[in-house]
Design a protein around this ligand. Structure first.
Ligand SMILES: [Zn+2]
Length: 670
């Protein structure tokens, strides 16, 4: 919504707009069933309009929207505000044939309002307390179900006229109109007035009805939509505020087209079956719901910050960066597949859903990694023609490293530089338990604003080579990976190179003379195929980061050896048995863990865990008389070590004497 914050609008001064959310049935079911390459990230998947339903409802003036670029005026939400929801269930037409098979009943309404409370109570930092004001039903006897007509009819008479003429403005009371019919598959809320009206024909089901209520209630609280934006440039993935424009088609001429509902990690973005992700950090901060924010501002600032997962209550879940050149606000957040965010389709493990933004520019969604999570770069934004509060920038590259094909998040090793080079954020690493480690650099004081013609930072390239293609697990001879960083303008690269094995950091080094940085692989690299990639993270925004292509290396298993000894070579049948001992050696200096299986003439006689490099077993007293072959096989518990089998060792089992005599002396002499 316009000009945040608007939580304290007086009733007399209310200016409100209805936000109509028409969630077409077909793209939704297509998404639920199959990750088709076009929807849902195309604008056609969800259509939206800002509609005035009567002369009493004024559209927010366009010029007021432009003020939302910075949010310095935001103050924390003060205390708990109670929001009673009055639910009116309308039977719109006399025909029963069009009734929903499961119309909202009292129990499902109570359950839905309870979930509405739980959701907004958490997102608001325990300041929005949703309660059930009442439930009523009313027959309307209308010829057909027209959503706007239904809402207008109900709101004049519902609950004794309590909501007539928008008397809710400033009261924090909400009228929720549900229908027994599937009425146009439409839902909308009101934006801008401490209370409001919601119409929904999605009912109260968990699949879509409840998430739609969360979304529409968000409008009543003042939130606009969460979109995504992709700037048409392969050198700067950002633009000036004026470059961003609402896009309905792929041929928009805007430098940075914005897809209004494109953010899958915000309840105010696209509503997908059963998904109920968190409200993003930007929305929360600007509403005063989240006050624990790390703010970075001031030219020349260089900071490493750890951002905790937005899910949960950890400290430091949002970073606000004030671009020293443009003055624009940016937010950095770390989202993981935990809590409510685990329901987001972003973490659903589906195939990427990619849509052409313009010729040569493809924006992909559903590409967040469930194991590592996603670092996102967001901008608060208002656009004419759309009710948008925030956009997630398409800043990340996918595996093809094609700058024309981007994700709305950064992976470890990736970096983003704002338009004009005001600041750079590089993702050093991220783990759901430890948070995302970000290197944020704000351009130095000497840098003058270059808004008219932003000068992109000199492009760097990073090439990675290895001195050998393989190493053995645990061995001292290891692969050294050397990165060569080259700048387009010939300046000396200054920064750090991080080498990753997949998404795991295996080492980093400062870039030395000649632009080279070498990292030797650890001996603990597990056996198997590895894919190394080097990322250059510059010290300042004067240079851009770059990533190498992947280089494959192989780690061979470390050999193990098993040496078998016996306490005696002859065992008297039925007498005290011979003890067999296996000594296992593996990686230099370590005794490998695992088990040893003993077999006599190919028949297993027992399995013993290795302890301090050895395992022993007593042979069966009743081993058959004759020469038996004893063999031991070591099975390591570490998959990076090979199994090994001992040389066979004969054991002679002699006949028992009828009369027991001292045979031990002779046995011992052997
Ligand atoms: Zn909406």
């Amino acid at each position: 919504m316009p000009a945040f914050p608007t939580r304290r609008l007086a009733a007399a001064a209310v200016t409100a707009a209805l936000v109509v959310t028409t969630l077409a049935a077909s793209p939704l079911s297509a998404l639920a069933a199959e990750p088709s390459p076009a929807p849902p990230v195309t604008a056609a998947a969800a259509t939206t309009t800002s509609a005035d339903l009567s002369v009493d409802m004024l559209k927010v003036p366009a010029d007021a929207l432009a003020e939302a670029e910075t949010d310095d005026a935001v103050s924390p939400a003060a205390g708990v505000t109670t929001h009673p929801v009055y639910v009116s269930v309308a039977t719109v037409t006399a025909a029963t044939a069009d009734d929903s098979p499961t119309p909202p009943d009292d129990a499902s309404i109570r359950a839905a309002v309870a979930q509405l409370h739980d959701y907004w109570w958490e997102e608001s930092g325990h300041t929005v307390n949703v309660t059930l004001g009442g439930i009523e039903t009313r027959p309307l006897d209308q010829a057909s179900c027209v959503p706007a007509t239904v809402l207008n009819t109900v709101h004049t008479s519902a609950f004794g006229g309590r909501f007539a003429r928008y008397a809710w403005a400033g009261t924090n009371e909400h009228l929720l109109v549900l229908t027994r019919e599937s009425c146009g598959r439409t839902a909308f809320g009101t934006v801008g007035g401490d209370g409001g009206e919601i119409f929904s024909s999605y009912g109260t089901g968990d699949e879509l009805g409840v998430p739609v209520l969360f979304h529409e209630f968000g409008h009543n609280l003042g939130f606009g939509h969460a979109g995504t934006a992709m700037c048409r440039s392969t050198t700067s993935f950002d633009g000036a505020a004026s470059d961003f424009a609402y896009a309905t088609t792929t041929d928009t001429k805007a430098a940075c087209p914005v897809l209004e509902y494109g953010d899958f990690l915000d309840i105010m973005g696209y509503s997908v079956s059963s998904a109920r992700p968190h409200l993003s950090s930007v929305q929360r901060v600007r509403a005063g719901y989240l006050t624990d924010v790390t703010t970075l501002s001031g030219a020349g600032t260089t900071r490493q910050v750890v951002v905790a997962s937005l899910d949960g209550a950890a400290k430091g879940r949002a970073v606000k960066v004030v671009d020293p050149i443009s003055g624009q606000d940016y937010y950095l957040e770390y989202r993981t597949a935990a809590g409510r965010d685990a329901t987001s389709t972003e973490f659903g493990g589906r195939s990427p859903s990619c849509a052409l933004v313009a010729t040569g520019y493809t924006r992909c969604a559903l590409t967040s990694d469930k194991a590592t999570g996603s670092v996102r770069v967001l901008r608060p934004m208002t656009l004419s023609g759309a009710t948008v509060s925030t956009v997630a920038l398409a800043v990340g590259l996918d595996a093809s490293r094609d700058p024309g094909r981007r994700d709305s998040h950064l992976d470890a090793g990736e970096s983003f530089t704002s338009a004009g080079g005001g600041f750079t954020v590089a993702v050093r690493s991220m783990t759901p338990s430890g948070g995302a480690v970000l290197d944020v650099t704000l351009a130095g004081a000497a840098k003058k604003p270059t808004l008219a013609a932003p000068t992109p930072a000199p492009t760097t390239t990073t090439a990675l080579t290895v001195d050998r293609g393989r190493q053995t697990y645990g061995a001292t001879t290891r692969v050294t990976a050397t990165a060569q960083v080259t700048t387009a303008d010939g300046s000396a690269p200054s920064g750090t190179v991080t080498v990753r094995d997949g998404s795991t950091v295996v080492g980093s080094a400062r870039v030395a003379a000649g632009g080279r940085a070498a990292v030797t692989m650890p001996g603990t690299l597990a056996a198997g195929a590895h894919s190394l990639r080097a990322s250059f993270v510059p010290d300042s925004a004067a240079q851009s980061g770059s990533d190498s292509t992947a280089v494959a290396i192989t780690v061979d298993k470390a050999a193990s050896t098993s040496v078998l000894t016996v306490s005696a070579r002859v065992q008297k049948y039925g007498a005290t048995p011979v003890t067999a001992t296996v000594t296992v050696t593996g990686v230099t200096g370590t005794a490998p863990a695992g088990t040893v299986t003993f077999a006599l003439d190919g028949t297993r006689i027992g399995q013993v865990a290795v302890a301090r490099g050895a395992a022993s077993i007593a042979l069966p007293r009743t081993a058959a008389v004759g020469t038996r072959q004893l063999v031991a096989t070591f099975t390591p518990s570490d998959a990076s070590i090979t199994a090994s089998t001992s040389a066979p060792r004969p054991v002679v089992v002699s006949k028992a004497k009828v009369k027991a005599t001292f045979d031990w002396s002779s046995a011992r002499r052997r």
